[in-house]
Design a protein around this ligand. Structure first.
Ligand code: GLV
Ligand code: MN
Ligand code: MN
Length: 422
C-alpha cells in the first residue's frame, strides 16, 4: 500500500470526526445551519480547535476570523495551506466546505505521522485553514475571509459590515471569541470540496481536477417605488417596487435562456429578495434583491451582463420605478495552476482513482487564493448534484478517496514537488 493511503483506522477516524462535526448546527432535515459568526459557527470552530490541538497543531485566528491550525515542521519556512470553510447556508448541507476542512485536517495529521517516521522530508510547514464566511449569507459578500487574506477586501470594511439585524462582523466574531492578529506566510494552497454539480457522478468519476472557475457578476439592486394603498391607488398612479423587482427576476432568467450557446452556458439567479414594508394592503416602496450572472466565457458573460443592464432601463420605464445598483461581487473565468493539475493527476493515477477535469460553477475560497499563490482545487462527487440543501450527500467511499488523494498530494507539495522550498 502506498504509505500515504488511508489505513482502516484512518478511515474510521475520518468518518467518526465527520459525524461529530456534523452535529454542530444540525437541522431536523439532516443538514446544518452554521451561518458565519453565529453560536453554531463558534461551536464548530471550537471543536475544530480541540481536534487540531489534540494532534499538536497551534490554532490561531487572523483579524477577520480566519482560523489556522499550524503545524511547524521546518522552523521559519513558509506554509502550505489546505482547507475550506465550516460555515453554511441556512438549512444547508453538511458537506459543503466542512468536508474540505476535515479532509485537510486528516491529511495533515497523517503527514505528521510520516514526518515522524522519516517517510516524508518536509520543506514547508502546514496550515489547515477554516476561512471565515465563505457562504456570504449572513454577511455579504461570499468568500469574505479569503478575500481579506488575499488583499481583495480591506479588513476594516469587512469588520464594519452588518447583517440584516445590524450586528457587525467584528461584534459577531468577538461574541464567538474567534478573532486575533495572526498572519501567515503562504507558499501554496490546496482545497478539496464536493462538486455541487452532477458531472462527476454522471461520468462515473471519483475525482475532479478543477481546471478553471466560471466568471460571475453578482449585483445587489435596490428597486425604489412609492408606498401606496393596494386597493385605493389606481394603477396609473403606482410606482410598484415589487412589480419592478419581479420583472428583473424574470429578465434574468430570459437572459440565461437566450444568451447560452452550445459552447458556453449562461446561468442567472436571484437568490435573495426583500420587500419593504411587506404588508398585505401596501404597494411596496422598496425591494432589495441580489442577481447573479455567470458564464464560462468572458465575452458571453459581458454580452449577457450588458443585456441585463439594458433591461433594467426598460423596467424602470414600464414599472415606473427607479433601480439603483448597490454593491457588486465579481470574479473572472480563470484557470488554476496547470502544474498542480498534473501533480494531482499523477497522485490519482498512483492511487487508482478515476479522475477527469471539471470547471467550477460555484465560487470557493480557492477562487481568491489562486490569484495570489499557486493553487490546486479538487472535487469529489455530489449525489445528483444537490447542494445548498439539507439533502446534499456524498458517499463515504468518495469522501475517503478524496481524503486519500489529498494526503498523497499534500505530501508531495510539502516535500517541494509543486512549489520549490526555500
Ligand atoms: C459562492 O460564493 C458562489 O456564489 O458560488
Ligand atoms: Mn463551499
Ligand atoms: Mn456553499
Amino acid at each position: 500500500m502506498n504509505p500515504s493511503q488511508l489505513s482502516t483506522n484512518d478511515s474510521a477516524a475520518f468518518l467518526a470526526d465527520f459525524r461529530s462535526m456534523s452535529t454542530f448546527g444540525a437541522t431536523a432535515g439532516g443538514g446544518v445551519d452554521r451561518q458565519a459568526g453565529t453560536a453554531a459557527d463558534g461551536q464548530v470552530r471550537n471543536w475544530f480547535r480541540g481536534l487540531m490541538e489534540g494532534h499538536g497543531f497551534d490554532v490561531r485566528y487572523d483579524a477577520v476570523g480566519n482560523q489556522f491550525a499550524v503545524l511547524e515542521l521546518v522552523p521559519g519556512a513558509p506554509c502550505i495551506a489546505v482547507g475550506s470553510h465550516l460555515d453554511s447556508q441556512p438549512l444547508g448541507g453538511k458537506y459543503d466546505g466542512a468536508y474540505g476542512v476535515l479532509a485537510g485536517a486528516h491529511a495533515a495529521i497523517r503527514l505528521l505521522r510520516q514526518v515522524r517516521s522519516g517517510e516524508l522530508a518536509a520543506q514547508f510547514n502546514i496550515a489547515v485553514v477554516n476561512w471565515f464566511n465563505e457562504e456570504g449569507c449572513r454577511f455579504k459578500p461570499s468568500m469574505m475571509g479569503s478575500a481579506v487574506f488575499t488583499g481583495k477586501l480591506p479588513a476594516a470594511r469587512v469588520l464594519a459590515t452588518t447583517d440584516p439585524a445590524g450586528t457587525t462582523v467584528r461584534e459577531a466574531l468577538e461574541s464567538i471569541g474567534t478573532v486575533g492578529e495572526f498572519t501567515l506566510d503562504l507558499a501554496a494552497y490546496v482545497e478539496i470540496h464536493i462538486e455541487q454539480g452532477r458531472s462527476l457522478e454522471d461520468a462515473g468519476l471519483t475525482i475532479g481536477l478543477v481546471e478553471s472557475t466560471w466568471g460571475a457578476n453578482k449585483y445587489e439592486f435596490i428597486v425604489h417605488g412609492e408606498q401606496a394603498h393596494t386597493g385605493a391607488t389606481v394603477i396609473a398612479d403606482r410606482h410598484d417596487a415589487l412589480l419592478g423587482a419581479s420583472a428583473l427576476v424574470m429578465a434574468a432568467r430570459e437572459i440565461a435562456d437566450t444568451f447560452s450557446t452550445a459552447e458556453h452556458d449562461v446561468i442567472t439567479s436571484c437568490g435573495e429578495f426583500t420587500v419593504f414594508p411587506n404588508s398585505p394592503v401596501v404597494v411596496a416602496s422598496r425591494v432589495e434583491l441580489l442577481v447573479d450572472v455567470r458564464s464560462t466565457d468572458a465575452d458571453v458573460l459581458a454580452s449577457a451582463d450588458a443585456e441585463l443592464h439594458r433591461r433594467i432601463a426598460a423596467i424602470e420605464k414600464s414599472a415606473s420605478v427607479r433601480i439603483e445598483r448597490g454593491a457588486e461581487h465579481i470574479w473572472a473565468a480563470k484557470a488554476y495552476d496547470q502544474a498542480g493539475m498534473v501533480l494531482a493527476a499523477e497522485c490519482a493515477e498512483e492511487l487508482g482513482l478515476p479522475y477527469g477535469t471539471v470547471r467550477t460553477l460555484a465560487g470557493h475560497d480557492s477562487t481568491n487564493l489562486k490569484d495570489v499563490v499557486p493553487t490546486i482545487m479538487l472535487f469529489v462527487p455530489s449525489v445528483e448534484g444537490i447542494s445548498h440543501n439539507e439533502k446534499e450527500f456524498t458517499h463515504d467511499a468518495d469522501m475517503l478517496s478524496g481524503a486519500d488523494l489529498l494526503t498523497s498530494l499534500l505530501g508531495r507539495v510539502v516535500a517541494g514537488g509543486f512549489v520549490p522550498g526555500k
